[in-house]
Design a protein around this ligand. Structure first.
Ligand code: MG
Length: 370
């Protein structure tokens, strides 16, 4: 089987509510999504998606995905998409780094491999758990009262997992954590996500002031060096996501004991092929996981769900449904959807969901074997 064509679509995915990242970073209200259609000479078509969470969250850029694919396309055409490692190496030779631009290609190749094998991607990767996965909410930086209201809205929709965004204001962060914990429901999974918004002294002050609550904090500071430096000064379990990009990062975190949880976002780490290595390293070191898209449609959520399904139930905390934060649906209601706060693994072969061509508009680029 050979890849005969790559067709690229750009779609604006508006957010239902504008989103503020902590630390004074820009507000945004629309995601720049790239959808990649990969055609083969076997008549099987695979789909990938790359949707950064705005341009100020991590070094990932919507137009950069399209530019990266433009550079890599000549190296990808003609390859067998089922040979994921060959595709990975070809992309690495064509363009070192730029993992977020490679992720949608990797995703589409897994989709094709799954369809060719007649298996959902999770089963093709070795076996997918059918346990419904709790969806984590994403509660933007707000006041105590606003946080309560947003979390309550998610609870009404069945959510039991919440990623509450904090950072930047020590007193307010302490107040929001204390209020959330005072109103926590039995069985709820709550993650306080700083998104790198604290300096070291701010992190120490908040984490020491809430030490009695034993809450879990995600990405408290900018770098792994920062997280290592404050590590001896607080007792909180830590999740690392933005500073977990490469397998070398994962190895350092595991070896040095910098975190108890990995937040694996597929687009950031370069797709399923690379994320699966982080999963194995995490399991080998007793590290639990959150698995998510960086953002995007039901396609990106489905990709993350497949990886999450390959993690033993006890080690996966939650997934995400960014699709629930959008005002458009590019797949007409198909694919894994929120059912009482959980996502269920699609049983179709490959990714298990494809977009409506009508929802994508005209392609912005196409590459084919000549
Ligand atoms: Mg996070």
């Amino acid at each position: 089987m050979k890849i005969t064509a790559l067709t690229i679509y750009q779609v604006d995915l508006p957010l239902e509510h504008p989103y503020w990242l902590s630390g004074g970073r820009l507000k945004f209200d629309c995601l720049d999504a790239t959808f990649v259609r990969v055609d083969t000479d076997a008549g099987i078509t695979g789909w990938g998606e790359g949707t950064p969470w705005g341009h100020t969250y991590v070094p990932a850029h919507g137009p950069g995905i399209r530019a990266g694919i433009d550079t890599m396309a000549p190296f990808i055409l003609g390859l067998d998409p089922r040979l994921l490692l060959d595709v990975e190496r070809a992309m690495d030779i064509a363009l070192p780094g730029h993992l977020y631009a490679k992720s949608p290609i990797d995703m589409a190749c897994w989709d094709i491999a799954g369809q060719a094998a007649g298996l959902p991607i999770a089963d093709l990767m070795g076996g997918g758990s059918r346990s419904p996965k709790p969806i984590a909410s994403s509660v933007g930086a707000k006041t105590v009262d606003e946080t309560r209201a947003v979390v309550e809205r998610y609870r009404q929709r069945g959510y039991i997992a919440h990623s509450v965004k904090i950072g930047g204001d020590v007193e307010r962060d302490i107040a929001r954590i204390r209020d959330m914990e005072a109103n926590r429901k039995p069985g709820e999974i709550i993650l306080y996500d700083v998104n790198r918004g604290w300096s070291r002294q701010q992190a120490i002050r908040v984490m020491q002031a809430t030490a009695d609550l034993s809450v879990m904090v995600e990405q408290p500071c900018e770098t792994l060096d920062d997280i290592a430096a404050i590590r001896p000064l607080h007792p909180a379990p830590v999740s690392v996501d933005e500073a977990l990009v490469t397998l070398q990062d994962a190895a350092r975190i595991a070896r040095d004991g910098l975190a108890e949880v990995f937040g694996i976002k597929l687009n950031r780490v370069g797709g399923l092929t690379r994320a699966a290595r982080m999963r194995d390293l995490a399991l080998a070191h007793g590290i639990d996981m959150f698995v998510m898209a960086t953002g995007g449609s039901v396609l990106a959520d489905a990709e993350a769900l497949h990886l999450a399904a390959t993690i033993p139930d006890h080690a996966i905390h939650a997934v995400w449904a960014c699709q629930d934060m959008l005002t458009v649906d590019i797949a007409g209601g198909r694919g894994p959807r929120n059912i009482d706060g959980h996502l269920h693994l699609p049983e179709g072969p490959g990714l298990g969901v494809h977009p409506d061509l009508d929802a994508l508009g005209a392609p912005v680029a196409s590459y084919r074997v000549t």
